[in-house]
Design a protein around this ligand. Structure first.
Ligand code: SAH
Ligand code: TYD
Ligand code: ZN
Length: 405
């Protein structure tokens, strides 16, 4: 038993994925012996509906000057964040001299659009290496972890914010009450909060359990976010489903009573109830679905190995760490994983130690099969890899369905 990070209710895990390393902990051979592991277990809180890890590595272990995830590696995400920024600018910003704060701003993929529009902005990005890329491009960035105290410091220096933005970072932060307190203090009376994260409803429906890894301490739903913000006198005024990261949800939040609540919020909650996100039996089924998905993927790889086929992993995503470790897939089954991120290349995958090679290694000598770990970028990648397909090579997919394509 442990306590819910949001409402303090007693919770107990419905699944354990076993020992897991840091999802972005790509390492060199001499670091193998001191590799960090924790038991990755997930619980659902029956009171506030928050789905959460019951144990998580410290934030400094995950987010530091060696952080391996650079947002700017996907063209589609670049376009996504340009549209996100335009939406904020045209629909939500109307004061003189507006001020926008983004947490988890990484290499500046979103804020560069505000810079271009000459809007005062501040990025909060604790991982120094990715923050340095943003600063190099003239994006105002500080390397700290966001919380209530930092919000107060920001107000002293810049004043209150018209918009508070976050993408794929709110779900990383366990001390949510300090964060929401900070947001509440920082936001102007008519200010807007917009953040998006992988959506738990999609994970349940698609059995995309690889969205569960160390950094994702929370798997959000509209119901759990509504509960959390209501504790701080704020309310969800709109929700906007997104296709990114295999299915995400954008939450639009304001001070209580400041804005009209869209019908979308009620509609989405109805969908969540129909999906059974509040019911214990949903979690029993989800566990069975994860096990079945794991067994099927593993058996495909074992069969291909027995047939003497060459299989390579495509994109060393954070998500792939959960797949490789939970399914027990090592370099006996996949030769290497190719990836375009320089900091990952020449290293080994966390836990299973599959070599990570530059993308060019994939192109140089196509394998018979490529296991697509970045299925969320399938459109972009499949379009780029037409030649692979023309040569009668095949993709192995596991979300939304396991199979060969
Ligand atoms: N927003 C980007 C990056 C997401 S990765 C995108 O969607 O592509 C998550 C980022 O959040 C990392 O760069 C990490 O360093 C940062 N982060 C983690 N904890 C944080 C915190 N408490 N405050 C601000 N940023 C944080
Ligand atoms: P993403 O799904 O955003 O990763 P995560 O699971 O960590 O959120 O994918 C980003 C990774 O995929 C990054 O390591 C770069 C790699 N990648 C490629 O190697 N080639 C590509 O064409 C794309 C789009 C991504
Ligand atoms: Zn709870």
């Amino acid at each position: 038993m442990s306590k819910c990070l949001v409402c303090q209710n007693e919770i107990s895990p419905f699944i354990s994925f076993g020992k897991m390393p840091l999802a972005n902990g790509f390492l060199t051979q001499d670091q193998f012996k001191e590799e960090y592991f924790f038991e990755m277990k997930v619980a659902h809180c029956s009171k506030c509906n928050m789905v959460q890890l019951t144990e998580q590595p410290t934030k400094e272990l995950m987010f530091n000057e060696h952080y391996a995830f650079y947002s700017g590696t996907s063209r589609a995400m670049d376009q996504h964040f340009e549209q996100f920024a335009q939406h904020v600018i045209s629909d939500y910003i109307n004061s003189d001299n507006p001020f926008v704060v983004e947490i988890g701003s990484n290499d500046g993929i979103m804020l560069k659009n505000f810079k271009k529009a000459n809007i005062r902005h501040l990025g909060i990005e604790p991982s120094e290496n990715v923050a340095a890329v943003a600063r190099g491009n003239g994006i105002n960035t500080i390397s700290k972890f966001f919380n209530k105290e930092l919000a107060e410091e920001i107000i002293k220096e810049y004043g209150k914010a018209d918009a508070f933005l976050a993408a794929n970072v709110m779900c990383h932060i366990p001390y949510m009450h300090s964060v929401v307190d900070g947001i509440k203090t920082l936001l102007k009376p008519n200010g807007i909060v917009m953040f998006e994260d992988p959506y738990w409803g999609d994970v349940i429906e698609k059995v995309s359990y690889d969205q569960i890894y160390d950094e994702h301490v929370f798997l959000f739903s509209v119901q759990s976010i509504k509960y959390l913000f209501e504790q701080h006198d704020m309310e969800v005024v709109d929700v906007e489903p997104q296709e990114t990261h295999g299915g995400s949800m954008r939450y639009v939040i304001a001070h209580k009573g400041a804005r009209k609540i869209s019908e979308n919020v009620h509609k989405q909650i109805k969908k969540e109830i129909a999906l059974g996100l509040h019911l214990p039996e949903t979690y029993v089924t989800f566990k069975k679905n994860c096990e079945a998905s794991r067994d099927k993927l593993k058996s495909i790889l074992v069969q291909l190995k027995n047939e003497g086929k060459r299989v390579v992993g495509y994109a060393a995503t954070s998500k792939s760490t959960t797949i490789l470790n939970y399914c027990d897939i090592g370099s006996d089954l996949i030769e290497f994983i190719c990836d375009t991120t320089p900091i990952k290349q020449g290293k080994y995958s966390p836990g299973k130690h599959v070599p990570i090679k530059p993308y060019e290694e994939f192109k140089k000598d196509y394998p018979d099969y490529a296991l697509l770990f970045a299925y969320n970028h399938a459109k972009e990648i499949l379009a780029k890899e037409e030649e692979f397909k023309k040569m009668n090579k095949k993709w192995i997919m596991y979300v939304p369905k396991i199979g060969i394509k």
